[in-house]
Design a protein around this ligand. Structure first.
Ligand SMILES: Cc1cc2nc3c(=O)[nH]c(=O)nc-3n(C[C@H](O)[C@H](O)[C@H](O)COP(=O)(O)OP(=O)(O)OC[C@H]3O[C@@H](n4cnc5c(N)ncnc54)[C@H](O)[C@@H]3O)c2cc1C
Length: 482
């Protein structure tokens, strides 16, 4: 009998973290893995979660180790082929290749969230059915602490309660993680599992996702249709701050798949005040005279959009505790719990690091399981020690790297550009003194988040010193001229 036969794993959440962890553990030889997911099926369409992910070198560490990167690439548009067409209200169009891509870095891949989830799920169904069962339509209601074990209480679609007592419990259940809340309640005084929140100018931005037909018309002209692999930014005719809007469409590989347009704007924007589908329809008609809106947006879609809740970018946050052990799980007399992905760090999507940092969590957990030969009592404390510094750095990077990209404040956006290009230029000529902006450094998956933050902080200090020297020189020259 192998080491894993008697042990069982429960993973709460079948998002990228949960399914990625299930595959990683199954590949290591763990059996008896149950994933609890409340959505009805792997292909269940959640319009407000139908955004696109960019899987970069960091996320690919896990997909490489699962031999899935080629399949990810097949489903994606590579960032090296990223073209953006800007369509202005006066109908003029400009297509450009995405700048700020470092050709030295690993190619990153754009694919819809749903396709990543489907890819992981299909892999489970095809190769790991003996080790992993995914229970869709099943909600984890409560986690009870009973002596040295945790009891997971779930309820399925047919109201059947299922109770599980795992050796290893993975919290892959996202921002409002029940697993984390359980850990928090279990600690009397410590704030180990309480989310620490850090302000950012992009948190609180509201978003909704519009679903558009594949290859939708761009004008009344015949054959003037959108290309699935091209990204679009469709600018509105409104110029006032609280009425102006942009439809942002990321590229999709599959030409027959519906496109999605993200609408991201401030909480007090005019669009969120519109309460009826008629008002929303009229607003879109006036905002986008350059495209045939009535041919693109059905009444049903406008209605769905009007009444959908949408979402709000979360405040950057993390908790410093990521594990807890009850009893002796390695002797099958206890439960070890670990939090991964959004359950432990969550932030606005400014840097496209949500899913990448989550997949990197799983990869690092895998590395440590290898080092410790899957001994949980050893692996979990090592994981916390090794990952904590990077999680903290990541949250700081989200705060400082590019929170002004949503046009909240034009002055701040311009200052950001000055800072960005100053760092780029200085780092080209004096690379031993200055580093490029953290927004560029983040593309380098070989640098950890804490290494990126150190480089960024060092450059900030150098720039400040340079600024002080320039001011002193100006003052001195003015004094000498007198
Ligand atoms: C608008 C927006 C755009 C984004 N864009 C990007 C991007 O471009 N790039 C990027 O890297 N990241 C992006 N992100 C962030 C990214 O989506 C998350 O970081 C990522 O989904 C984290 O994965 P996860 O599996 O940890 O959590 P989730 O994806 O939140 O998955 C958690 C899963 O757990 C399930 N669940 C929760 N509680 C229970 C329960 N009690 N019982 C059963 N099931 C439960 C949920 O249904 C869900 O399926 C974006 C986020 C938003 C909001």
């Amino acid at each position: 009998m192998s080491n894993f036969d008697k042990k069982s794993v429960v993973i709460i959440g079948g998002g990228p973290t949960g399914l990625g962890t299930a595959l990683m553990l199954a590949k290591r030889g763990w059996k008896n893995i149950t994933v609890i997911e409340k959505i009805p099926s792997s292909d269940y369409y959640e319009p407000d979660k139908s955004f696109s992910y960019q899987i970069d070198g960091r996320g690919q560490k896990l997909t490489d180790s699962l031999n899935l990167t080629d399949k990810v690439a097949d489903l994606s548009v590579a960032n090296t082929d990223f073209y953006l067409t800007v369509i202005k209200p006066d109908t003029t169009r400009k297509t450009k290749k995405l700048p700020i891509i470092d050709p030295e870095r690993k190619t990153a891949y754009f694919l819809p969230r749903s396709e990543l989830i489907q890819l992981f799920y299909q892999e489970i169904k095809q190769y790991w059915q003996d080790s992993i069962q995914v229970l869709f339509n099943t909600n984890c209601l409560e986690i009870k602490i009973i002596k040295n074990h945790l009891k997971i209480i779930t309820q399925s679609e047919d109201n059947q309660p299922i109770t599980l007592t795992p050796t290893l419990l993975i919290g892959g259940d996202g921002l409002n993680s029940l697993v984390r809340q359980t850990l928090q309640k279990s600690e009397d005084k410590s704030h180990l599992f309480e989310m620490q929140r850090f302000p950012s100018p992009s948190s609180g931005m509201r978003y909704k996702v519009l679903t558009l037909p594949p290859q939708f018309p761009l004008s009344e002209e015949e054959n003037d249709i959108s290309t699935s692999t091209i990204a679009y930014a469709i600018r509105s005719s409104f110029k006032e701050k609280n009425k102006a809007i942009s439809l942002g469409l990321l590229p999709f590989k599959n030409p027959n798949k519906t496109r999605t347009a993200n609408i991201i704007t401030y909480a007090d924007h005019h669009i969120w005040q519109l309460k009826t589908p008629e008002d929303v329809g009229q607003y879109f008609q006036k905002a986008f005279p350059q495209i045939p809106i009535e041919k693109i947006l059905s009444h049903e879609e406008i209605e769905r959009f009007t009444f959908s809740q949408g979402g709000t970018f979360p405040i950057p946050q993390y908790c410093s505790g990521v594990y807890k052990i009850w009893g002796k799980p390695d002797n099958n007399q206890g439960t070890a719990v670990i939090l991964l992905g959004d359950a432990v760090h969550c932030f606005p999507p400014d840097l496209a690091q949500g899913v990448n940092s989550a997949l990197e969590d799983v990869y690092i957990f895998q590395e440590i399981l290898t080092e410790t030969q899957d001994n949980l009592s050893q692996a979990l404390p090592i994981y916390q020690k090794r990952r904590q510094k990077d999680i903290k750095a990541l949250i700081r990077l989200v705060q400082i790297s590019y929170p002004w990209q949503y046009n909240q404040d034009i002055l701040q956006k311009r200052l950001w550009s000055v800072n960005f290009f100053a760092r780029l230029l200085l780092s080209r000529f004096l690379p031993f003194m200055f580093s490029p902006h953290s927004f560029v450094l983040i593309q380098n998956h070989q640098l950890s988040y804490s290494e990126i933050l150190t480089k960024s902080n060092r450059t900030t200090k150098m720039l400040l010193s340079l600024g002080v020297i320039v001011i002193i020189l100006i003052v001195l020259s003015l004094l000498l001229k007198r």
